[in-house]
Design a protein around this ligand. Structure first.
Ligand code: ZN
Length: 171
């Protein structure tokens, strides 16, 4: 919690410890902290649910992009590039898959224009709570839908992601 409090404070955001998650709207009782616990719990499914493990990186990107206030600024860039690769360019969403274009992006280390997120609560209607509550059978397809909704919510920055990937793969 310390880390995310600091990130949020830097962005002038106060974290609430009660009610639904203030960022993604997940119907939890104790706010963003519980939302993060649910997300951490998904990692515990990887061993038992092979089909979910094949799409786990959708969860990683979707959750991060629904909670930009508690992550570093460049985080948005990385997760958008990753979603673009998986949803539009057939990159694997399996746990442990490397994305050379994203690694190259990280080595560039130059200043990137900020990618302002859509308003909290308008970052896709599915949340980690839905994916956690789903049956093992439903979970992989629901996870992909979650990622598609988040990608759609960030539509304003899709051109940036496509353009940047084109440059990274052709440079
Ligand atoms: Zn949340």
């Amino acid at each position: 919690m310390q880390d995310i409090r600091q990130q949020a404070a830097k962005k002038g955001v106060t974290l609430f410890a009660a009610g639904p998650c203030q960022f993604c709207g997940a119907a939890v009782a104790s706010g963003v902290e519980q939302c993060l616990d649910l997300f951490a719990g998904l990692a515990g499914l990887l061993r038992a649910e092979r089909a979910y493990a094949e799409v786990h990186l959708f969860s990683v990107d979707a959750h991060a992009l629904q909670h930009p206030e508690i992550h570093g600024t460049l985080n948005n860039h990385v997760h958008l590039l990753s979603l673009c690769l998986m949803l539009e360019r057939q990159a694997s969403a399996a746990m442990g898959t490397r994305k050379p274009a994203v690694e190259k992006f990280l080595t560039l280390g130059r200043q990137w224009p900020p990618l302002d997120p859509p308003p909290a609560g308008r970052r896709g209607s599915l949340t980690v709570a839905d994916v956690v509550a789903a049956s093992a059978e439903q979970r992989p397809a629901l996870t992909r839908r979650w990622a598609e909704q988040v990608w759609e919510a960030w539509a304003e920055h899709q051109p940036w992601a496509r353009r940047t990937l084109d440059r990274l793969t052709h440079a």
